[in-house]
Every structure is written in C-alpha cells, then in structure tokens.
Write a protein that binds this ligand. Structure first.
Ligand code: ADE
Length: 253
C-alpha cells in the first residue's frame, strides 16, 4: 500500500510511523509513506500557506492553492488513482469497519489541516471523504493521520506475526477484547484465572468469548445492541451477568 500524506509537518507523522508495526511494514516493503508539504508548493518569497478567515474570528485558514498543488503532485506520483481523505473533527467517526475498508485500498491520500481548517472550496472540490478520530479537537490532523496509518498498516498482509494476529483484536468481531494474563500465576494483585492454565482449549475459548461479551455489555452496551449474538453467546452473557463482576479486579494497594 502507498500512503501519501499532505501536511505542514510530514516529518512528524513519518517519525511516528517509523516505529513498531508501521516501521516494520515499511521495512518489509508492505507500506510506502510519502510526505508532501504545502509550503513547498506555495508561491512567493514567504511561501504563505494560510490567511485570516473572511468574516473575522480567531485563527487562520489554510489556502486553497498550495494544498491543491500538493494533491495534484501526489496524485501524479503514484500508480493508481486515489480518493482524498481529509482528517477533521467534522468527519465520519472512524471505526474498525472503516479501517478494514481503508486497508483494502491500494493507495490512500491523507490531508491534514492545521489552524481553523482548510478553505471550504478546496474541501468541496477535492475531498472525497472526511474522517474524524473522535469527538474532540486536535490542533491538526497529523495525530489523526498517524492513527489511521497505524490502524491500516497492521491489517496489511504479512505485517503482524501470528502472535499479534489482528483477528483477535477488540472490535474485529464487534466486541471488546477479553482480558489477557502472563506470568507469574500468583501475584499479590491477584491470580491468573485457573481456566487459562487448564490446557482445555474449548473451555479457554468459551471463557474468552464470555469475557469479551461481558466486558462489552458492561463497558459498551451500545456495541452489544448492534452485535448479532448467537444463542450460545446469549447464554454465556446471561451466565456472566448472574455471576456478577469482571474477574481479577484486585483491590488497589
Ligand atoms: N483534526 C482536528 N481534530 C481532529 C479529529 N478529532 N479527528 C480528525 N482530525 C482532526
């Protein structure tokens, strides 16, 4: 996958993306990240990229032409056409289903705004979709772009090891993930649930599914309402409700 990123701080995103899973994806040639800075496409000795908003008010608005030139340059630099995705708090809230769809594309072109945003005419003419990473305001789209890049990179075939398998992640099946434990078995903060050491994989799967259902019910009831639960799921969840709490919530020292 090729990702073009238009930002006044492309190095910032490249830096975030050079570690961990995204770094590995790049090393393995599974992901190529290219940064484009509107300042490089801006005219005049000041290379101006923003100006004051018409109608007054605080902040600055990013100019149409430097961004447009970047979009054209980025489009021309890659083999296939691509949608322009603008990161903004006005966008559609990002979900794992959207991440899966984005990850299936050959190319992404991510546009990051700064200041009060981008001139609306640029958005109307060039932007195909707007994505928000949550109902809060960041000072620019760069962190949101890094979130999208990370989420998309880890779904590229060959990026994750078996042990990191994305199929088991929270949200991949519409539910929150189950709890995880490692050594030691006994600890002053609590013991590892016995079922996980039983060696009985059917029981372990059942327990994990039940925890996953129970946690989702407790913490994100909205997701339970949307999930299509089987009869067995309903029975597991009923048993979880009757039993009461989540496991291993040790008393704080
Ligand atoms: N830019 C500023 N805030 C944002 C948000 N919440 N999501 C995506 N891009 C943004």
């Amino acid at each position: 996958m090729r990702i073009d990123l238009i930002s006044l701080f492309p190095e910032f995103v490249a830096q975030l993306a050079s570690h961990g899973v995204v770094g590995r994806a790049q090393e393995r040639g599974l992901l190529a990240l290219h940064g484009w800075n509107p300042r490089d496409c801006a005219e005049g000795s000041y290379r101006r990229v923003d100006d004051r908003p018409f109608g007054g008010g605080p902040g600055m608005v990013m100019l149409i032409d430097p961004i447009r030139a970047c979009i054209q340059a980025a489009r021309g630099a890659g083999p296939v056409t691509t949608k322009v995705t603008y990161l903004s708090p006005q966008g559609r809230p990002l979900t794992q289903a959207m991440v899966r769809e984005l990850a299936s594309r050959e190319r992404l072109l991510l546009l990051c705004g700064r200041y009060e945003g981008v001139d609306e005419r640029l958005i109307a003419a060039e932007v195909d979709e707007e994505i928000s990473i949550g109902d809060y305001v960041l000072s620019g789209g760069e962190l949101a772009a890094a979130v999208v890049i990370d989420a998309v990179a880890r779904l590229q075939e060959g990026v994750l090891n078996d042990a990191e398998s994305a199929a088991q992640d929270s949200f991949e099946n519409g539910l929150l993930d189950c709890p995880h434990y490692t050594r030691p078995v006994e600890h002053p903060l609590g013991d590892v649930p016995a079922v996980l050491m039983s060696g009985n994989h059917a029981e372990i799967d059942r327990w994990r599914r039940q925890q996953s259902l129970g946690r989702t019910w407790l913490r994100r009831p909205d997701l339970i309402d949307e999930a299509s639960l089987s009869r067995t799921d309903r029975q597991l969840l009923d048993a979880f409700r009757i039993a009461g709490e989540e496991p291993a919530k040790a008393a704080k020292p």
